[in-house]
Design a protein. Structure first.
Length: 415
């Protein structure tokens, strides 16, 4: 049985078995300066999870959003004298191209936040009627005293104000009742995008969009919620407060699974710091399978620093696996089965991709050293089949057809 580390309980917990498609929501990109390694590591990690579940016969209903209107996007658009929608759409298309190149299984729904404005407004109206929110001068805020801050991040209260300010909160907003209160709806300034609302023209805050989209596409209670560990506070904790108050369904998510941060020289990659390593640049020098193996060599919960030397080693490993799958020799059935069992056990244990890679590397090594006489290709077929669970193509000329078709369909709304 697959067990994953739940950030809420800080323990390994079995994945829910709902008897229907598993409902997974993963927070998506704010579309500018994509796709950097941090993005790719996160979405490739959930891709392996989904592939492993589907390999075991568990259907998955996967939703990933796009935060297509945001203060940072508007600031970036002004800096480049570009329409905010044009800028956002361009970066989303680039992100999609990178996901296709990396052979990432597309989400079943890929909504932009601005496509759900009516649902967002409806959610905010209910939160206001319940007393969880209040309106000031066309802005609507959620009362942070009603939020379970610290439940996922396990941050001590003395850290909340500092960390929330680093992650988008304005503690000095004079309209607020309290510094940690967050924006549900904000009045738009001159020349900024705006939608009509009961509180005047404006646009949604960041946290509320994911609550509204998760409920719209997956229902009031979901099985698994994911994202980078830097989203646990305040974003995901705000989601819990909003969603459980709005729907009355508890828990909002049965399992919270967070990925580690990717660093450059020990400092987390971020747009604000400008220390980004872009996937599109690396794909010009390394095959996609090399990047997938490089990501998989780090446990999804592990934070790590980019090292091009280690990436080059994974490129050599990917090439060796490709040779083993195409020209490898005969490996005894028992040895093949043993490698498959190790692979399966590793992924069932908190999606331990480094150990899973070790199992397949052992199989690839046996294939390359085994005699090539006879027609037996079961070892090579097993290597190809199991490597696909990790998102590898092993010499296939193109990404999987479902990857191309699914992302191609999503891309149309950003053209």
């Amino acid at each position: 049985m697959l067990r994953l580390y739940d950030s809420l309980t800080e323990s390994l917990r079995p994945l829910p078995s709902p008897g229907r498609p598993l409902r997974l929501y993963v927070c998506g990109i704010t579309p500018y300066d994509t796709t950097h390694l941090g993005h790719a590591f996160t979405y490739c990690s959930y891709d392996v999870l989904i592939r492993f579940l589907e390999w075991q016969g568990v259907p998955v209903r996967y939703v990933q959003n796009v935060t297509d209107v945001d203060n940072d996007i508007l600031r970036e658009a002004r800096a480049h004298d570009e329409d905010w929608q044009t800028l956002g759409n361009r970066w989303v298309r680039r992100f999609i191209d990178d996901m296709v190149a990396l052979n990432v299984r597309p989400p079943d729904a890929y909504p932009r936040a601005t496509a759900a404005i009516p649902e967002i407004i409806r959610t905010v109206e209910v939160l206001l009627s319940q007393g969880h929110a209040y309106e000031r001068e066309g802005w609507v805020y959620y009362r942070a005293q009603h939020a379970p801050f610290g439940c996922l991040s396990h941050l001590p209260p003395q850290e909340w104000l500092r960390v929330s300010a680093e992650r988008g909160n304005d503690p000095n907003d004079p309209r607020k009742e309290a510094p940690l209160d967050w924006v549900l709806w904000q009045a738009s300034g001159r020349g900024e995008p705006a939608w009509p609302s009961p509180w005047g023209p404006g646009r949604p805050g960041w946290h509320i969009e994911c609550s509204a989209l998760a409920n719209l596409y997956l229902g009031p209670c979901i099985d698994l919620h994911g994202g980078g560990t830097d989203l646990s506070f305040p974003h995901h904790e705000a989601e819990i407060a909003q969603s459980e108050a709005y729907t009355g369904c508890r828990p909002f998510a049965r399992l919270w699974v967070h990925t580690g941060m990717v660093c450059l020289e020990g400092v987390k990659m971020s747009k604000s710091l400008g220390n980004l390593v872009m996937v599109s640049d690396l794909l010009q020098r390394y095959p996609a399978d090399a990047l997938r193996l490089y990501f998989g060599s780090h446990h999804y919960r592990q934070s790590w620093s980019y090292n091009e030397g280690l990436l080059a080693e994974r490129a050599g490993q990917a090439a060796a696996w490709g040779r083993a799958a195409s020209v490898g020799g005969r490996v005894p059935a028992g040895a093949v089965e043993a490698c498959e069992q190790r692979f399966h056990a590793a992924l069932e244990d908190d999606l331990d991709t480094p150990r899973a890679i070790e199992a397949l590397d052992s199989l690839a090594g046996q294939l390359l050293s085994a005699p090539r006489s006879g027609p037996d290709s079961s070892g090579a077929a097993a290597l190809t089949r199991l490597a696909a669970v990790l998102g590898l193509r092993l010499g296939a000329p193109a990404p999987e057809p479902r990857v191309i078709a699914g992302w191609g369909s999503h891309r149309k709304q950003f053209e």
